[in-house]
Design a protein around this ligand. Structure first.
Ligand code: GLC
Length: 416
């Protein structure tokens, strides 16, 4: 406990509140982002339970008729962000992006409910069918070979990690036309994705927009389709939490448990035996990325870890001072300050630590909490940190960094 930092973290959540929904950080990310918002709800549950429920409610208010919950909800126009609502052209209200993000919301809803077990029932009862519809959409429109695939690197939430390099290399970004990035006006360009990467991000976006975000066409013919261990494990864990909520509510959990069998079977598809780890995989060519990334470490969070993963976890972690690196510090692509190509993300640590604790690795969970807390104590509530020297990077006063401080990093040993 550190009263000053606790106070500061609460102030960040309150300052980033735009009236029922929270932005990740002012300037760089001025809208409601999907998994950021779910994490914000968890943070709010530590001091304002009503506001925590509202966050989940506004997120799910943006659900499409198809069941998808978009990765960004554009509730109030802010020209400081690109690509904005006019570029995505979702045609929905509120307008939104046309892709989703890792479905961590059901797991956060469970945590919020556990913090409000007596009063929360009525609110969770309204959220439950929406969450189930979203998970059903995932199972229908994003699962192939039993594995969860992403149709855009942004859908994984780990936007430019090396996991996507082989899929991105297959894309010709040369016809993208002129555009003006806004992200590099807010933070140091050396920390952000490169111009070539951005051209390809937009090429994939335009392809989806041109087919009016038809999920089946995007899966069948879209320019990018890669199995993502990170989203796979988050959905597995979220299904467990959704099934738990179903049982508490007296609902049938059979459909959800059937999904779990499919995803458990799909773990083999994303296990790269040569690497000895879970690995992203190009669904078009079948090729593995050959990258040890933080998505694989979410296997602990889904109770799907395999012994060979332990060695990689320790090797990559011991190579840095502030775990966990978002990609392998011993690989050529490692870049300690560039977005998702090396840095440590506090909120991802919170999820992985829960997994480590659940897997009986209490000491490792505690080490991860301590290292995350130290980085925050020294550098503030930044978006992410250089895992070698702890330098705070990206946007400041970040919602999910504040949220996990209040619910995990600032507290003490992680409960299993
Ligand atoms: C970046 C991250 C993504 C996050 C968003 C807002 O795009 O890669 O995971 O949701 O920023 O914080």
């Amino acid at each position: 406990m550190n009263p000053d930092l606790d106070e500061r973290a609460r102030a960040i959540l309150v300052a980033n509140d735009r009236g029922g929904y929270t932005i990740p950080t002012a300037g760089l990310y001025p809208y409601q982002w999907n998994w950021d918002s779910a994490l914000a709800a968890w943070g709010f549950s530590s001091f304002d339970i009503d506001r925590a429920w509202t966050e989940l409610e506004t997120l799910l208010d943006g659900q499409w008729d198809s069941g998808m919950v978009p990765h960004i909800l554009f509730r109030a126009h802010d020209p400081s962000y690109f690509p904005g609502p006019d570029v995505w052209s979702s045609g929905t209200t509120p307008s939104s992006s046309g892709i989703t993000q890792p479905p961590v919301a059901a797991s956060m809803a469970r945590l919020v409910w556990e913090a409000d077990i007596d009063q929360g029932r009525a609110r969770v009862a309204k959220l439950f069918p929406k969450l189930q519809t979203w998970h059903r959409w995932f199972m229908q429109h994003r699962v192939r070979e039993g594995a969860v695939a992403v149709t855009h690197p942004w859908e994984s939430g780990r936007d430019n990690c090396p996991d996507w390099d082989i899929g991105m290399a297959a894309i010709d970004g040369s016809g993208v036309g002129p555009y003006e990035r806004r992200d590099t006006g807010h933070v140091d360009p050396s920390m952000r994705p490169t111009r070539e990467q951005y051209d390809r991000f937009l090429t994939i976006l335009y392809w989806g927009r041109n087919v009016a975000w038809d999920a089946e066409r995007i899966m069948a013919d879209g320019p990018f389709l890669m199995a993502d261990p990170g989203t796979h494990f988050i959905l597995m864990r979220a299904n467990e939490d959704l099934a738990w909520m179903a049982r508490q509510l007296g609902e049938d959990d059979k459909e959800i448990m059937d999904w779990q069998s499919i995803l458990k079977g799909g773990c083999d598809f994303i296990w790269n035996e040569a690497l000895g780890a879970y690995d992203a995989r190009d669904m078009r060519s079948g090729a593995f990325a050959g990258v040890l990334g933080s998505g694989a470490m979410l296997a602990y969070y889904a109770d799907a870890a395999r012994p060979a993963l332990d060695a990689h976890l320790m090797r990559s972690w011991d190579a840095v001072r502030y775990g966990l690196p978002s990609s392998d510090p011993e690989a050529a692509h490692f870049d300690p300050r560039r977005y998702w190509r090396g840095p440590a993300w506090p909120f991802l640590n919170a999820l992985i630590a829960r997994g480590l604790a659940m897997s009986g690795k209490q000491q490792l969970a505690e080490r991860l909490r301590r290292e995350t807390a130290e980085a925050i104590e020294q550098g503030g509530f930044s978006e992410y940190f250089d895992p070698i020297d702890g330098t705070p990077c990206g946007g400041p006063d970040f919602t999910w960094t504040a949220a996990i401080w209040l619910t995990w990093a600032g507290l003490g040993p992680t409960p299993s």
